[in-house]
Design a protein around this ligand. Structure first.
Ligand code: 3HC
Length: 698
C-alpha cells in the first residue's frame, strides 16, 4: 500500500513500506527553482517526521532529473531557501537520503545528488557541471562535494569543461554508487530497499576527506591562463577546489561568494544570453505548421560545401543522394565525405560502426533524374544566378510533388530562384556555414511565397542535425553575410587609413573573437569575396569609398590559406604577415594620397563593433531578422562571436543606444555616406529602450 502526500505544486512524498519516495515534478526540465528547493526541504522534513519511513529516496518525473538551477531566476532577488542550504538540509537528514537521477543531472541537479547519502543512476544517465558555459562556477557545493566523491582532477575536468559524463564514467569515478535500468521510481525504490537490507551503504559526503592534487590544480591553472582568459569565474573554481581540503563551510562560503559575483559579471550575463538565444530562435511565426516528412535528401554539388552538408545529413541519420555532373567531381565529393566521417571517428565523435552505417546511406550519382524520389534537395553549386535558375527549372520537372527545393546560396535572391519553378511555395533557402558538418548555424531563408510547413520543415531539419536554425528574410547576404559585408568595409577603411591587418586581427582577438577578420578571410578564401564584389561592381554606388587592397591581392593569385598566402603566409614555418600584402597596402595608400594614421586597439574595436551593430540594427528594423536575439544567435553560432559578449546586439545594450548614435555621428563627419544612424537606434536613444526590450516584445 502506498500513500502520497502533496508537499507543494512540484513535489510529492509517497510512502511505500518503510521508504519515503520524494518525486520532483517541475516541467520541462525540473530546474531547481524556489518551489523545488522549498519542496525538497519540506519533503525531507516530513519524511523525517513520519515514524513509518526509514529511508528517503529522491527521483524526478518527466524527461530528466534536475537540469540545474533555474536560470530564469538569475539576476533577480534570491529567494530562500538557497540551493546550498537546501542541499545541506538534505545531507543533515537523520534518516538516510538517496537519489536516483535519470536523463541529465546537471549543475545544481548533480549537486543535489552529491548531497544525498548515496546515488544510484538510471541507465542512460548523463551528469555534468555546465555552469562554466554560463560564466559561473558550481554554486551549490559542487567544488566541495565533487572532490570528496571523485577527487580534484575529475572535479576540475568536469567543472572547467562543462562536458557531460556518462553514467558509466560517473560510476567509475566514484561520483555515483550504482547504475540500474528501469523507471526512475522503480530504481529509487529498489535502491532504498537495498539501503534497508544493508546492500547499499550510505554516508555523508561532507564527512569524506580530500587528497590534495597539486598537479591537477597546476594543470588547470595553466589551461585557464591560456584558454579561458575572458572567463569571469574560472580562477575561482580552481581556488574553491583547492579549499576543499579544508573545512566544508569555508569552501562553500568562498564558492557561494564567487558564484554571486559571477552572476553580476557582464561576461556571465553575455553567456546566459547566448544560452537563451540558442533556444529563442526556434520560436517562429510558422511554429504551428506541421513539418513535412524528410527521409532522403538530395545534395547537388560535391565541393567543400555540398560534401559538408551531405556529411551532416548522413551523420543525422538521413539517406543522401549526392549529385555531381562528372564522375571525377563525384569521386572527389565522396572522398571529402569519407574524410569528414573518418575525422569524426579519429576525434572519438563517432564509432566505426556508425560511420559505416552512414556511408551505406550515401548514394552518389551523376544523374539529376535520380532526384525523383528525394524529399528535400539542397543545391550547393557555385554562386551564379543563371546556373541556379537552370538547376531549379530542372528540379521542378524531376522532383516529386511536395519535395522541398532548397538553395544553399550565401547571398542570392531566393525569390528569383523560386521564379524558375512552378512551385515557389516549396522553395526555401537553407544556408549552411562552412565546414557544414561542424558549424552549428543554419539560416533558414524564407522567400515571399515559401509555405509555412516548408519553413517548419527547415527548422525541424536544423533540430535533427543539432544545428541552430535562425529565420532570415530575403536580402543580399541574409542576416550574417549582409552584416559581414558592411563591417568588413570598416576593417578595410581602418587598414587603408593606417592599421595593419595584423593589428586589426590582434585587437579583435583580444576583444574575444576566435580569429580576426583577415585570418578568417584567408581561411575562407579571399577569392569568394572577390567574386562577390565583381558581381556587385555594376551596382556599387559612386559615392561609396572603395578599398581595392583585397582585389589587388587576389589579382596576384593570393587567395589565402589554400594558395599558401594572402594577408598572411602559410608554410612549414607557420603563419606570419605577408610582406607582399603589406607592399600592396602601402602602394594603395600612396596612390590615394592617404597619410597613414595611428589607431589604438580600442579605436579599432570601437569602429568595427559600431559598424557591425549599426547594420545589425537595420537588419532588425527591416524585419530580415525576427528579433535582435536572432542576430545574436547568427553571430554566436556562425561567425565565432565571443560567447561571453552575448552577440552584437546584446553587446550593443552594454554600450547603450545614446553612445552608439554619438559615435556614428562622430564618424560621419569623415564619411557621411557610409556612417548613417539607423532609425531604430535613434529611436532607442531617444526613448531609452534597449534591444533586450525588443526581444521581450518578440
Ligand atoms: N533553467 C531554466 N530553464 C531551463 C533550464 C534551466 N536550468 N534548462 C533548460 N531550460 C528551459 C529552456 O530554456 C527551454 O525553455 P523553452 O522551451 O521556453 O525554450 C526548456 O527548458 C527546454 O530546454 P531545451 O530546449 O534545452 O531541452 P533539451 O531537452 O534539448 O535539453 C537540457 C535539456 C540538456 C537539460 C538542456 O536544457 C540544458 O543543458 N539545460 C541547462 C543546464 C544548465 O546549464 N544547468 C546549470 C544551471 S546553473 C546551476 O545549476 C548553478 C548551480 O550550481 C547553483
Amino acid at each position: 500500500m502506498s500513500e502520497t502526500t502533496k508537499i507543494n505544486d512540484v513535489m510529492t512524498l509517497e510512502r511505500v513500506g518503510k521508504v519515503g519516495l520524494i518525486c520532483i515534478d517541475n516541467p520541462p526540465v525540473n530546474a531547481s527553482g524556489q518551489a523545488v528547493r522549498q519542496g525538497l526541504v519540506d519533503a525531507v522534513a516530513a519524511a523525517n517526521a513520519d515514524a513509518g519511513i526509514e529511508v528517503i529516496a529522491i527521483y524526478a518525473a518527466g524527461r530528466t532529473f534536475v537540469a540545474g538551477a533555474d536560470i530564469k531566476e538569475f539576476g533577480k532577488t534570491p529567494l530562500e531557501p538557497s540551493l546550498p542550504d537546501t542541499i545541506n538540509a538534505i545531507e543533515a537528514s537523520e534518516k538516510p537520503v538517496i537519489s536516483a537521477p535519470h536523463g541529465t543531472a546537471l549543475g545544481g541537479g548533480l549537486e543535489i545528488c552529491m548531497g544525498t547519502h548515496a546515488r544510484v543512476g538510471v541507465k542512460g544517465l548523463r551528469v555534468g557541471l555546465p555552469e562554466v558555459n554560463l560564466g559561473l562556477l558550481p554554486g551549490a557545493s559542487g567544488t566541495q562535494r565533487g572532490p570528496r566523491l571523485m577527487g580534484m582532477k575529475n572535479t576540475l575536468d568536469m567543472a572547467l569543461s562543462g562536458r557531460q559524463v556518462s553514467g558509466e564514467e560517473a560510476l567509475s569515478m566514484g561520483l555515483i554508487d550504482g547504475l540500474e535500468a528501469g523507471e526512475p521510481r522503480d530504481v529509487a525504490l529498489a535502491a532504498a530497499e537495498d539501503v534497508l537490507s544493508g546492500k547499499l551503504k550510505t554516508r555523508r559526503t561532507s564527512d569524506l576527506g580530500v587528497e590534495l592534487d597539486e598537479a591537477a590544480l597546476d594543470d588547470a591553472a595553466k589551461m585557464v591562463a591560456k584558454k579561458m582568459k575572458h572567463h569571469p569565474t574560472a580562477p575561482n573554481m580552481i581556488e574553491a577546489v583547492r579549499m576543499s581540503t579544508g573545512p566544508m563551510a569555508d569552501g562553500m562560503a568562498y564558492e557561494r561568494k564567487s558564484f554571486m559575483e559571477g552572476l553580476k559579471d557582464p561576461a556571465s550575463q553575455g553567456m546566459r544570453h547566448a544560452f537563451f538565444a540558442e533556444r529563442a530562435v526556434s520560436k517562429i511565426p510558422e511554429g504551428k505548421a506541421t513539418p513535412r516528412e524528410i527521409a532522403k535528401i538530395g545534395v547537388i554539388g560535391g565541393g567543400t560545401m555540398g560534401s559538408g552538408i551531405a556529411t551532416a545529413a548522413l551523420t543525422s541519420g538521413f539517406a543522401v543522394r549526392l549529385i555531381e555532373i562528372s564522375q571525377e567531381g563525384l569521386d572527389k565529393g565522396v572522398g571529402f565525405i569519407t574524410g569528414n566521417l573518418g575525422g569524426a571517428v579519429k576525434r572519438g565523435k563517432m564509432s566505426e560502426a556508425k560511420r559505416d552505417n552512414a556511408m551505406a546511406r550515401l548514394e552518389p550519382s551523376t544523374d539529376m533524374e535520380s532526384l525523383s524520389d528525394v524529399d528535400l534537395v539542397i543545391e550547393a553549386v557555385f554562386e551564379n544566378m543563371d546556373v541556379k535558375k537552370d538547376i531549379f527549372g530542372q528540379l521542378d520537372k524531376i522532383c516529386k510533388p511536395g519535395a522541398i527545393l532548397a538553395s544553399n546560396t550565401s547571398y542570392l535572391d531566393i525569390n528569383e530562384i523560386a521564379s524558375a519553378t512552378s512551385r515557389p511555395e516549396d522553395v526555401i533557402g537553407l544556408h549552411f556555414f562552412s565546414p557544414a558538418n561542424l558549424m552549428r548555424l543554419l539560416e533558414v531563408v524564407v522567400a515571399d511565397k515559401t509555405a509555412p510547413e516548408v519553413v517548419a520543415t527547415g527548422f525541424a531539419l536544423a533540430k535533427k542535425m543539432k544545428k541552430v536554425g535562425v529565420r532570415a528574410g530575403v536580402c543580399d547576404g541574409f542576416i550574417g553575410n549582409r552584416i559581414l559585408a558592411y563591417y568588413g568595409k570598416t576593417a578595410g577603411y581602418l587598414m587603408e587609413d593606417g592599421a595593419s591587418p595584423q593589428q586589426i586581427d590582434n585587437a579583435l582577438e583580444d576583444f574575444g573573437f576566435a580569429m580576426g577578420p583577415y585570418k578568417v578571410g584567408d581561411l575562407a578564401g579571399l577569392d569568394i569575396g572577390w567574386a562577390n564584389r565583381k558581381r556587385m561592381s555594376a551596382t556599387r554606388p559612386n559615392d561609396e569609398r572603395y578599398v581595392r587592397i583585397h582585389d589587388k591581392i587576389c589579382e596576384e593569385g593570393m587567395f589565402g590559406r589554400k594558395t599558401g598566402s594572402g594577408f598572411y603566409i602559410y608554410d612549414d614555418e607557420g603563419i606570419r604577415p605577408n610582406p607582399r600584402a603589406l607592399e600592396i597596402i602601402d602602394a594603395e595608400r600612396a596612390a590615394k594620397g592617404i597619410l597613414p594614421k595611428t589607431f589604438t586597439d580600442e579605436e579599432i574595436v570601437e569602429r568595427y563593433m559600431t559598424a557591425m551593430i549599426s547594420e545589425a540594427a537595420r537588419v532588425v528594423e527591416e524585419g530580415i531578422a525576427l528579433r535582435p536575439i536572432d542576430v545574436d544567435a547568427v553571430f554566436l553560432f556562425g561567425y565565432g562571436f565571443p560567447r561571453f559578449r552575448g552577440g552584437p546586439l546584446h553587446y550593443a545594450d552594454t554600450i547603450g543606444a545614446k553612445e552608439l548614435v554619438a559615435r556614428i555621428e562622430r564618424y560621419a563627419e569623415d564619411d557621411a555616406y557610409y556612417w548613417k544612424v539607423p532609425a531604430i537606434l535613434r529611436r532607442m536613444a531617444e526613448d531609452g529602450t534597449t534591444f533586450a526590450d525588443l526581444n521581450k516584445e518578440g
